[in-house]
Design a protein around this ligand. Structure first.
Ligand code: TYM
Length: 333
């Protein structure tokens, strides 16, 4: 698994419910295709989920479901290391050291912190604020070269690079500089109701998002209701955010570019177009959902994969942590 010749990838996703179409197009779908060419680690970021209040039983269930869904999308535990963040204690341990090397000012500039603290004004906790230091630990523990994420995580990645650079300058070269891997299309899938906003499962309007576990009828309904515009022409452009978003989704799932999509729906109304987009999503999710149900029922298999993943990830992470502890001057026994 630890092939020195291959570059290393790490990414993660929070188990805060079923994944959205945005999670899938922007991040998850790339993970299984990257695993053959890269030494890959994929993680369910349960510790990150705690920055927002969670129901404990639901968090536990969502964590298993998230792992099963990642396997269902094609992540192969023979090729990749799949694990749960809290199963590898080195993440929180390194996170503390990195927090002590992360500036208050830098953390204050994080747009996600600003958004989430506005959204959860009754729970602006310290974890929400220092979250990027934990994310930096996730990445730097494994010396990842590439981090495949959606556009909304770019700022956290820049922060990780800054922290790594500062640490390296202060204590001698220790961490690799990770690069974001953000796909050209679909890095930011927008809400189906408010196409100027990112698609998010925490949207209060359920018509704004599609979940990977949604059935065909729900998916079709969501797309039929999607906000477009009044000119009835399938064309991409800044003046047509709703239609452009639907074209992005359709293009991402079918491999067709904008020119081909415009041609395909020339002279046809939005009705036909929306149905085609919905169908491309249904065709993508139906086999994944079948696999997901199968894996979720096979508790022994899932537990086995996660136990092995935690063990393999720990081995790499602990090596980095030991090095860091020594460099910062913690007494070794
Ligand atoms: P999370 O759980 O919010 O999202 C998981 C991945 O999905 C992408 N994404 C989107 N992409 C396109 N369009 C959208 N509407 C959309 N919504 C979400 C996100 O960019 C992300 O790649 N902090 C991370 C999880 C994490 C992580 C890490 C990622 C923890 N540690 C280390 C990479 C490396 C998060 O909250 O992602």
């Amino acid at each position: 698994m630890e092939n020195e010749a291959k570059k290393r990838i790490l990414s993660g996703i929070q188990p805060t419910g079923s994944f959205t179409l945005g999670n899938y197009i922007g991040a998850v779908r790339n993970w299984s295709s990257l695993q053959t060419d890269f030494d890959s680690l994929y993680m369910v970021a349960d510790l990150h989920a705690l920055t927002v209040r969670q129901n404990p039983a639901e968090l536990r269930r969502h964590t298993r479901e998230a792992a099963a869904m990642l396997l269902a999308t094609g992540i192969d535990p023979q090729q990749s290391i799949l694990f749960i963040q809290s199963h590898v204690p080195a993440h929180t341990q390194l996170s503390w050291i990195l927090s002590c090397n992360t500036q208050f000012g830098d953390l204050s500039r994080m747009t996600q912190f600003k958004d989430k603290s506005a959204k959860h004004a009754d729970n602006v906790n310290a974890g929400l604020f220092t979250y990027p230091a934990l994310m930096a630990a996730d990445i730097l523990l494994y010396n990842a070269d590439l981090v495949p994420v959606g556009a909304d995580q770019k700022q956290h990645l820049e922060m990780t690079r800054n922290v790594a650079q500062r640490f390296n300058n202060l204590y001698s070269p220790t961490f690799n500089m990770p690069e974001p891997y953000i796909s050209k299309t679909g890095a930011k899938v927008m809400s189906l109701q408010e196409p100027d906003k990112k698609m998010s499962k925490s949207d209060t309007n359920v018509n704004g998002f599609v979940l990977m576990t949604d059935d065909a009828d729900t998916i079709l309904r969501r797309f039929k209701r999607a906000v477009t515009d009044s000119d009835g022409i399938v064309r991409a452009g800044d003046d047509k955010p709703g239609v452009t978003n639907l074209m992005t989704i359709y293009g991402s799932l079918t491999g067709k570019d904008f020119a081909a999509i415009e041609k395909e729906f020339e002279g046809q109304g939005y009705g036909t177009f929306k149905e085609a987009v919905a169908q491309s999503v249904i065709d993508t999710f139906t086999p994944i959902q079948a696999e997901y149900s199968r894996i979720l029922e096979d508790k022994e298999y899932l537990d086995g994969v996660l136990a092995e993943g935690a063990q393999k990830a720990s081995r790499i992470a602990e090596r980095t942590l030991r090095k860091v502890y020594k460099k910062v001057g913690l007494l070794q026994l």
